[in-house]
Design a protein around this ligand. Structure first.
Ligand SMILES: [Zn+2]
Ligand SMILES: [Zn+2]
Length: 310
């Protein structure tokens, strides 16, 4: 289980849009936080209560490691930075996103549905930050240190191996601690399958990341959303199976008849909540993979965005 000096903070709920789990690593100078959770005041107050319960104060947090620049992981920086100035570590490609979060509109491919004429909410200019503001407000943060994507990260007495798992975010970082066998999977593996988009690494990136996680000699998994599991491989394969089940559904629909991209999106993602985001983005990831494998053909606008089996 969790080694001494590492404590997990789980907020009331753990499934998006709830706050991501927070890890606190204690050292002789105070403590390090891995992610800080959602940008709501009450969420932040609960984080502070958790820090106090460890006999520490916010001023003792000398370092913050952000697994990626998403609001449920870094939103609370808006409050934390008012009280203290920790070192902030991020994967290099996440640094500009944390500094200027409107750039997330690109990594989330917010323009993609419009290209296919999908616009159920009649948005003039879809803005991911507006979407987030109702669910889990984003913050801005300037990184002071980069996480070496191929290297290690020393936090307190622990040396974590950095494992990059794109798909959901290009610079999404999982952390493996060999001594205890702890694998902190962030959003790559957990109780829900995180959304993925072409500009965040796509499905191919997601699956390659799962391969990297599966290859680690981990003895337990700590996800950002959900609880600790002592079956790392089962958890990784559960996520992979969910991704491949979605692919099967898509291929199954196309086996019945060729359909347009918007029609296919509405058949695969029936909920209007995800009809604009992240349904079409996820579908595009699957079609990119299937097309690269020569299994489907995607036609252009002149052919009504028809998708068919190859
Ligand atoms: Zn995320
Ligand atoms: Zn998350």
């Amino acid at each position: 289980m969790l080694p001494e000096d590492i404590v997990l903070h789980k907020d009331r709920e753990t499934i998006w849009p709830a706050s991501a789990n927070v890890l606190l690593v204690r050292d002789s100078d105070g403590a390090i936080l891995v992610d800080v959770g959602c940008g709501y005041e009450d969420t932040y107050l609960r984080l502070k209560e958790f820090i106090s319960a460890q006999g520490l104060s916010v001023a003792d947090i000398h370092t913050v490691v952000l697994t990626h620049a998403h609001p449920d992981h870094m939103g609370a920086m808006r409050f934390l930075l008012e009280e203290t100035s920790p070192r902030i570590f991020l994967h290099p490609v996440e640094i500009p996103l944390a500094a200027e979060p409107s750039r997330l509109n690109h990594t989330f491919d917010m323009a993609l549905p419009l290209r296919y004429g999908i616009n159920p909410f009649f948005l003039e200019k879809p803005d991911i930050l507006e979407y987030f503001s109702n669910l889990c407000p984003m913050a801005r943060a300037e990184a002071t240190h980069t996480i070496d994507p191929d290297g290690e990260l020393v936090l307190g007495r622990f040396t974590f191996r950095v494992v990059v798992t794109p798909g959901h975010a290009n610079g999404l970082v999982s952390l493996f601690e060999p001594e205890s066998g702890m694998l902190f999977t962030a959003d790559a593996v957990g109780d829900v399958v995180a959304w993925y988009s072409p500009s965040s690494g796509g499905l191919t990136g997601f699956l390659a990341g799962l391969d990297r996680l599966a290859a680690l000699p981990a003895s337990f998994v700590v996800p950002s959303h959900g609880g600790i599991s002592e079956s790392p491989l089962v958890e990784v394969e559960k996520t992979r199976a969910r991704l491949l089940r979605r692919e099967e559904k898509i291929v199954g629909e196309l086996a019945v008849e060729p359909v347009s991209f918007p029609e296919l999106a509405s058949r695969v993602f029936a909920s209007p909540m995800i009809a604009f985001f992240p349904g079409p983005q996820i579908l595009q990831c699957h079609l990119d993979k299937l097309e690269a494998e020569g299994r489907v053909r995607c036609r252009g606008e002149e052919d009504g965005w028809r998708v068919e089996l190859a």
